[in-house]
Write a protein that binds this ligand. Structure first.
Ligand SMILES: *Cc1c(COP(=O)(O)O)cnc(C)c1O
Length: 200
C-alpha cells in the first residue's frame, strides 16, 4: 500500500512537516504549486501528479514528477511521450478513469479503457502502470463503492490482457473520507489530504 499525501493549497513548510512525520510521496494538483514545493523539498519525497494536466505544462511536469496519475486523453499521452523521449526518460503513468461517467469530469470511460491503453501502449516515453479514479464526490463513502468496484474490474480486465509494455501494478483510489472502502475494493495507492494536513 502506498500513501500519497495530497498537498494542494499546503505550504512547502507543511509538506516538509508531513515528510518528517514519515510521508514518502507528495501528490500535487497544480504544476506551479508543485514547483514551489519541489524547490524546497526536492528528492526527499516522491512526487505524483494527481490533477488535470494541461499539455502546455507537460514539459515542467516531467522535470518534477515520478508518476503522472491522471492521464486522461490521447493528446496528453502523446505530449508526455514526446517530452519524455526528448529527455530519454520513461514516465510511469496511470490512466484516470471517469468511473462516475460525469460529463464535467476528465478521464477515460471504463468501457473505453482497453482501446485507449492499446493506442498508447507502444509509446516509449511513458509506461502505463495502472489506473486511478476519483468517483463522484459524496458525503457517504459507501456511495463510492460501486465506482471503485468497477474500476477494479477494469484494472483486472486490462491486467489479464497482458498488453506488451503495460505493467498493471497500481490502482489509485480513495481519499480522506473513502479510503477504507477503496482499500476493501483493491486500491494499493490512496491519496489523502485532509486527514494528514487538516481541513483546507
Ligand atoms: C484533494 C485530492 C485528494 C485528497 O482529498 P482529501 O479529501 O483532502 O483527502 C485526493 N485526490 C485528488 C485527485 C485530490 O485532488
Amino acid at each position: 500500500m502506498e500513501l500519497v499525501a495530497a498537498a494542494k493549497s499546503r505550504t512547502p513548510a507543511e509538506i516538509q512537516m508531513a515528510i518528517e512525520a514519515g510521508v514518502k510521496i507528495i501528490g500535487e494538483n497544480y504544476v506551479q504549486e508543485a514547483q514551489a514545493a519541489f524547490r524546497v523539498i526536492g528528492n526527499r519525497a516522491g512526487w505524483h501528479f494527481i490533477g488535470h494536466l494541461q499539455k502546455n505544462k507537460a514539459k515542467k511536469a516531467i522535470e518534477i514528477f515520478d508518476m503522472i496519475e491522471t492521464v486522461d486523453s490521447y493528446s496528453l499521452a502523446q505530449e508526455l511521450d514526446r517530452r519524455c523521449q526528448s529527455k530519454s526518460k520513461v514516465m510511469p503513468i496511470l490512466i484516470e478513469i471517469n468511473s462516475g461517467r460525469e460529463s464535467q469530469k476528465f478521464g477515460v470511460l471504463p468501457e473505453e479503457t482497453e482501446i485507449f491503453i492499446r493506442k498508447i501502449a507502444s509509446f516509449k516515453g511513458i509506461q502505463v502502470q495502472g489506473l486511478m479514479t476519483m468517483g463522484p464526490l459524496s458525503g457517504n463513502p459507501e456511495e463510492a463503492r460501486p465506482y471503485f468496484k468497477e474500476t477494479r474490474q477494469t484494472f483486472e480486465f486490462i491486467k489479464n490482457l497482458d498488453i506488451s509494455n503495460v505493467e498493471m501494478k497500481y490502482l489509485s483510489m480513495g481519499m480522506t473520507n473513502s479510503f477504507q472502502v477503496a482499500i476493501e475494493e483493491g486500491a494499493n495507492i490512496v491519496r489523502i489530504g485532509t486527514l494528514i494536513f487538516g481541513p483546507r
